[in-house]
Write a protein that binds this ligand. Structure first.
Ligand SMILES: [Zn+2]
Length: 367
C-alpha cells in the first residue's frame, strides 16, 4: 500500500516536470478546413486542417454510409499524423478495396482531434454526396421515383418514366407489393458509360440494382431499340428494389428463384432466348430443381438462362394458381425472416420439393 502511494507520487511529479511552462490544462484544438474530393467511382479523399496551442497527436475520421442496414455502423479511421501545432491530414478511401457506391449515395462524416494537452474537438457531421460528374444529369420525379438521364430528349425520359409506372402497376397486380421508400434511377446512354460508373464492371452488365441504396443504374441508348430493351431492364431492376424494401429483415434473404422470378415477371413475357432453353431442358428432362434455384445462379450462360426462365415459370405458376394475395402473404412471411421451406409451407402448404413436383406436373399437363 505504501509502495503504491509512493509510485503515484513519482508519476505526478514527472507529469509536472514534463508540462511546458505556460501550458494550462484545457488546450483547444480547432479545425480550420475540411473537405472531400470525390473521384467517382474509384475513390474519396478526405482532407482536414487543424491547429492547437499544443501538439496535435491524434486525428480521426468517422463516417456513416447512408443505406438500408440493420444497425447504424459508424466507421472510424485513425489518420497518421506527425505531432505538431498545425496539422494537415488526408485519408484516401480506395473503393477498389471496399466495393463501390452508386451515384446518388451519400456519407455523413466528422472529425475528432486530440492534442498533447488533452484538448479534444469533435466537428459537426457533414454530408458528402457521391455523384457521377462525368455527365450533365437532368432529372424528373414522379411519385417516389426520380429518374436521372443525360442523353435523349424529354420525350425519351417520359417514355422511361412510363415504363416505371407500368412496371410498378404490374408488380402491384401480381404481388401486392409497392414502393415504400424513394428510389433513384440513373440512365446511362450506353453500357460502356454504365461500366465507367462501376468499380469492377462485367462486360455483360446492362443494369445494376443497388438494393441497399435504393438506386438502379442502367445503360439505355436513347433510340427505339434502346427503349425497347430498357423498358424490360427498368422493370426488372426496379422490382429488385421493391422486393428488397418489402422483405428487408436481419435474419434471412429470399430464395434466388423468387427474387429473380418476380423481376422477370415484371418485365412481361419471357423472351425467346429463355423459352428455347426451357423447352430444351423440358425435352431432355434436365430442369434444375426449385431447391437448387434457391442458391445464387450459375454464371455459365446456358445454366443462367435456364435458371432465369425457370424462376419466371415457377413464380408465374404460383401467381396463376394461388393468386396475388398469397404472393403478398409469402413476401410478408419472408419479411419476418422465415426460412424458405417454412415460408412456402405456411402460405401454400408446399415445401420447395413439393412445389418443384407440382410446378413440373403443370408443365407436363400443358405440353
Ligand atoms: Zn435480377
Amino acid at each position: 500500500m505504501i509502495k503504491k502511494i509512493a509510485f503515484t507520487g513519482v508519476v505526478v511529479a514527472l507529469l509536472v516536470l514534463l508540462m511546458p511552462a505556460g501550458m494550462t490544462a484545457g488546450s483547444s484544438p480547432a479545425v480550420t478546413a475540411s473537405s472531400v474530393d470525390v473521384n467517382f467511382p474509384a475513390s474519396l479523399t478526405f482532407h482536414v486542417t487543424t491547429s492547437s496551442d499544443a501538439n496535435i497527436t491524434d486525428v480521426r475520421l468517422h463516417y456513416i454510409v447512408d443505406r438500408m442496414s440493420h444497425a447504424q455502423i459508424v466507421s472510424e479511421i485513425r489518420v497518421p499524423v506527425a505531432p505538431a501545432k498545425n496539422v494537415t491530414a488526408e485519408w484516401l478511401w480506395d473503393m477498389r478495396m471496399s466495393g463501390g457506391m452508386p451515384p446518388g449515395s451519400s456519407i455523413d462524416y466528422w472529425w475528432t482531434v486530440t492534442d498533447a494537452g488533452g484538448g479534444t474537438l469533435e466537428t459537426a457531421p457533414a454530408r458528402v454526396y457521391i455523384d457521377d460528374d462525368r455527365y450533365d444529369w437532368q432529372h424528373i420525379t414522379r411519385g417516389s421515383v426520380t429518374l436521372f438521364w443525360y442523353e435523349g430528349n424529354d420525350a425519351f425520359a417520359g417514355d422511361l418514366m412510363n415504363a416505371v409506372d407500368a412496371a410498378l402497376s404490374r408488380l402491384a397486380a401480381n404481388t401486392g407489393a409497392a414502393l415504400a421508400d424513394p428510389v433513384r434511377l440513373y440512365i446511362y446512354a450506353s453500357s460502356a458509360d454504365l461500366q465507367g460508373s462501376m468499380i469492377f464492371p462485367q462486360e455483360w452488365t446492362g443494369g445494376v440494382a443497388f438494393t441497399e441504396y435504393g438506386v438502379v443504374t442502367i445503360g439505355i441508348p436513347p433510340d427505339a431499340a434502346g427503349l425497347d430493351w430498357g423498358t424490360g431492364a427498368i422493370a426488372h431492376e426496379l422490382t429488385h428494389l421493391v422486393v428488397h424494401q418489402v422483405t428487408f429483415n436481419p435474419y434471412n434473404s429470399l430464395p434466388t428463384w423468387l427474387d429473380e422470378g418476380l423481376a422477370m415477371t415484371a418485365e412481361g413475357e419471357l423472351g425467346s432466348q429463355f423459352t428455347d432453353v426451357l423447352s430444351d431442358a423440358i425435352g431432355n428432362d434436365s430442369l434444375i430443381s426449385v431447391r437448387s434455384l434457391a442458391s445464387p445462379f450459375s454464371a455459365l450462360t446456358y445454366e443462367a438462362l435456364l435458371s432465369y426462365a425457370e424462376s419466371f415459370e415457377v413464380v408465374t405458376y404460383l401467381i396463376d394458381t394461388y393468386g396475388r394475395d398469397r404472393m403478398f402473404q409469402l413476401l410478408n412471411t419472408f419479411a419476418q425472416g422465415s426460412g424458405y421451406d417454412e415460408a412456402l409451407t405456411g402460405v401454400y402448404g408446399l415445401d420447395m420439393d413439393s412445389l418443384n413436383a407440382a410446378w413440373q406436373a403443370s408443365l407436363a399437363a400443358v405440353s
